[in-house]
Design a binder for this molecule. Structure first.
Ligand SMILES: Cc1ncc(COP(=O)(O)O)c(C=O)c1O
Length: 404
């Protein structure tokens, strides 16, 4: 994020806020594509950040949607149905029934269990509309189904005229740094694809694979980028080595949008005691989570604005506004004389940071969300939201509203 944009945003909007940079998002997607073979498609897992959905959707072939709420966001924003993959471990009858009827163009539905398979078949039958499915292969947890079940359900698809079996979805976790592990997963998928052909004559046309592309939060930007690039190059090679020669879509969240986000939080108090220096900020850990920094021992990318280059740097504990000793955003951050009114800007904050926190704890307001477009214009896309009313019974005229 350019310094000028940050300064303008701080000038215009009260902290805390999230700031997402559309230009950086497009650059990152273009960068990913430049490292991948041209036939590989991209699918954005919108759970990583639904505020940048519209911008991301312009750049990718597909959007992975994991809840009715995510689907309604897509529908309201006019994301084409042909880009949408309805995924997720809990798909309920009402939502699926309604979606199959009202959105016949949905690209794919994933199957996470036998019950989901039955539900999807029934919804297609009742609506009299064809649907296309991907079987989610489990990686040994509550998600997806075992290889044997994939084979069994793919065979059953042959008897379902309205249900087209298109292929396999596989996602086995985020922040995967080992290309060996990715290689093992892809070889396992190859074996399953061979089985499907040999045992039931079913051809797999596509693979939607979530590599869990890692983002390094605690390294300098160049090192973080080089590490990611190396893994993507290895991934591309491993995909090329597969026996499978159908269409591949990479399902990505963090690796696509982390770099486009900044969280800005203002210093509201400073103090020192025998245990150290403390700067209290108006945000906190409920609004902002970095993967792997639960104890705040690591130093995330963080800049103090205004920058004071001629001051004396000293270690400061940066603490949020919650009533818990665990609300430390960074321990021992080296900064020059932080003052009330200064703003701390945390980088690489575009993925999960804002939704994985316990934002309602203490009923503090939810931060505003600001978007910087490709021309550098800033726009408020979500106003700061008073959250106390979400975190209490419904109160009408000073009374709790009771209903049966
Ligand atoms: C099914 C599925 N696909 C893709 C993703 C995105 O993962 P990442 O952000 O690691 O790229 C997730 C994240 O939880 C997921 O559950």
């Amino acid at each position: 994020m350019s310094g000028d944009v940050l300064l303008r945003a701080i000038d215009q909007y009260p902290t805390p806020f999230y700031l997402f940079d559309e230009g950086e998002l497009h650059r990152q997607v273009a960068h990913l594509r430049s490292l991948l073979s041209p036939q590989i498609e991209l699918c954005y897992a919108m759970k990583a950040n639904s505020f940048v959905l519209q911008q991301a959707a312009r750049d990718v072939e597909r959007i992975e949607v994991c809840s009715p709420g995510e689907a309604y966001t897509c529908f309201e924003l006019g994301i084409p149905d042909e880009k949408i993959v309805i995924s997720g471990v809990h798909k309920d009858v009402a939502f699926i029934g309604e979606t199959v009827c009202a959105h016949p163009g949905i690209a794919r539905y994933t199957v996470e269990s036998r019950a989901q398979f039955d539900l999807l078949c029934q919804a297609a039958h009742e609506a009299g509309r064809p649907i296309s499915i991907l079987m989610r292969l489990t990686s040994g947890n509550q998600f997806g189904i075992a290889a044997d079940e994939v084979v069994e359900l793919a065979r059953r698809c042959k008897e379902e005229p309205l249900v087209e079996f298109c292929g396999i979805q596989h996602y086995s976790g985020t922040q995967k740094t080992s290309s060996k592990r990715i290689g093992r997963e892809l070889r396992g998928i190859d074996r399953l694809i061979a089985r499907l052909w040999e045992e039931c004559g079913v051809r797999v046309a596509e693979l939607e694979y979530g590599p869990g592309l890692p983002v390094s939060y605690y390294e300098p930007a160049e090192v973080a980028r080089a590490e990611q690039d190396e893994l993507i190059a290895a991934l591309d090679g491993l995909l090329a080595d597969m026996d499978f020669d159908g269409k591949v879509a990479l399902e990505l969240g963090r690796g696509m949008v982390a770099s486009c986000g900044t969280y800005a939080t203002g210093i509201v108090d400073t103090k020192s005691n025998e245990t150290g220096n403390y700067a209290i900020v108006d945000g906190g850990k409920h609004q902002f989570v970095y993967y792997g920094n639960a104890m705040s021992m690591r130093q995330p990318p963080c800049a103090l604005i205004p920058e004071r280059i001629d001051g004396t740097p000293a270690p400061w504990n940066i603490c949020g506004s919650l009533c818990t000793v665990t609300d430390i955003m960074v321990k021992q951050l080296e900064v020059c004389e932080p003052r009330v009114g200064d703003v701390l800007c945390f980088g690489r904050a575009g993925a999960y940071c804002m939704t994985e926190g316990i934002s309602l704890f203490l009923s503090r307001d939810l931060p505003a969300v600001v978007m910087c477009d490709t021309e550098g214009n800033l726009r408020l896309v979500r106003k700061r939201l008073e959250s106390w009313s979400l975190n209490s019974p419904t109160i009408v005229n000073g009374q709790i509203e009771l209903s049966e």
